[in-house]
Design a protein around this ligand. Structure first.
Ligand SMILES: Nc1nc2c(ncn2[C@@H]2O[C@H](COP(=O)(O)OP(=O)(O)OP(=O)(O)O)[C@@H](O)[C@H]2O)c(=O)[nH]1
Ligand SMILES: [Mg+2]
Length: 391
């Protein structure tokens, strides 16, 4: 899952942290000493007190014991390369329970590591390219780049920060930000909403709508709800039979009409049935349709007008990458989607759609399909995605 994107992000992280390390090494030893002495006895000033983030606040003269900086750097390089043999440790053992990340990783001290904007820009362009190659939508790739840049430009890292960890935290942050739109918790929604809760599933052909419906039915049946399926794909041969098989396996009611009949009427009947029998949830299947087919998009609008679903669920195939994002946009324009389910991520190496849909459409991904079984439906949230990318 997301292997391609994960590997590339790992490579980028390595390059960026190497550059940061080199920046420190580029500062001549003599200069570092001078800066260190200056920081140890700062000139008297009438302005505000030093901030707690400063690495070496108001230490009295004499200057601090010289630290074996070469050894420190060698140590860090060796750690990066995963070498077994250890270079000589610096005299003072560093106590680093957890490396500072985010704002805590920065210092106002002139001794910190800083990456010049030009060098950073070049690296961030590499990041953008690798994201685009992983099918991340352009505005999303740009946003990730910008957020990361804001985190880094003109700021100096404390010397004891583990650069690798710091870069990973900054990358995680920037990705989490683009994934964060108002989340949806369908379990809470179903629990608190007036019954029946009506969900209509839309998307292009073969993305996994019918399978997603079966999985959602399974999920909520397990939670004790009564579920009704509406066989609203009256168009594709075999679609009604496919949903009927799921209803039998799952032991849930199905409302169906003849093949070729009006899908809006099927959906309406299912909702009426649920109301009359006090059922909790109605799941409306619809035929797959290309977002460019005006007639079929109009037919979908009619189902929506008549069945009045509480939530419209866009089902996207993660393997479609950027296309899935474009489809989501078009369905959003046509019927206004409430959230997305992204299927087949078990087979998706790129991860672009998963990263892009929420930001591009402004609607969250609520679940992802992770395999072929009824249970292969996982709740999606930004941390879930970020953890998989950096696992
Ligand atoms: N690997 C994998 N396959 C999936 C997943 N979800 C669905 N599929 C497969 O995708 C294929 C299409 O699934 P359907 O549920 O029939 O798709 P649909 O959107 O209803 O298709 P149409 O009704 O033709 O528009 C089936 O073979 C499913 O088994 C998933 O999360 N992972
Ligand atoms: Mg179907």
């Amino acid at each position: 899952m997301f292997k391609n994107l994960k590997d590339r992000l790992g490579g980028f992280k390595g390059k960026l942290s190497k550059k940061l390390e080199e920046e420190l090494e580029a500062v001549p030893e003599e200069e570092l000493r001078r800066e260190e002495r200056a920081a140890a006895s700062p000139p008297p000033t009438t302005t505000k007190a030093p901030e707690p983030a400063i690495e070496t606040p108001e230490r009295p003269a004499p200057p601090p014991a010289p630290v074996d900086r070469k050894a420190q750097r060698a140590d860090r390089r060796a750690k990066r390369k995963g070498r077994k043999e250890k270079p000589p440790r610096p005299k003072k053992e560093k106590v680093k329970a957890t490396a500072p990340t985010g704002d805590a990783a920065f210092t106002d001290s002139i001794m910190g590591k800083m990456l010049k904007e030009k060098k950073l820009d070049d690296l961030l362009d590499d990041l953008e390219v690798l994201l685009l190659e992983s099918d991340v939508a352009l505005p999303v790739a740009e946003e990730i780049k910008e957020v990361l840049k804001e985190e880094l430009v003109g700021r100096r890292l404390k010397r004891d920060v583990d650069v690798d960890e710091f870069i990973e935290a900054a990358l995680r942050d920037s990705i989490r930000k683009v994934l964060s739109v108002d989340p949806v918790d369908l379990d809470v929604y179903v629990r608190e909403h007036e019954k029946p809760v009506v969900l209509m599933f839309v998307g292009v052909n073969g993305t996994g709508k019918t399978t997603a419906i079966a999985r959602i039915a399974h999920r909520y049946k397990k939670q004790g709800y009564s579920v009704v399926l509406a066989a609203g794909d009256t168009f594709r041969a075999g679609a009604i039979e496919q949903l009927t098989i799921h209803s039998e396996r799952l032991g849930v009611k199905i409302i169906k009409h003849k093949a070729g009949s009006d899908p809006a009427a099927v959906a309406y009947d299912a909702v009426e049935h649920a109301k009359a029998r006090y059922k909790d949830i109605v799941l409306i299947d619809t035929a797959g349709r290309m977002q460019t087919n005006v007639n079929l998009m109009d037919e979908m609008k009619k189902i929506q007008r008549i069945a009045k679903p509480d939530q419209v669920v866009f089902v996207g195939d993660s393997l479609a990458g950027n296309d899935a994002v474009e489809q989501a946009r078009k369905f959003e324009e046509a019927v206004g989607i409430d959230f997305a389910i992204l299927t087949k991520i078990d087979a998706d190496a790129k991860g672009g759609a998963a990263l892009s849909i929420a930001h591009a459409v402004g609607k969250p991904i609520a679940f992802v399909g992770t395999g072929q079984e009824y249970d292969d439906l996982e709740v999606f949230d930004p941390d879930w995605m970020v953890d998989r990318l950096f696992a």
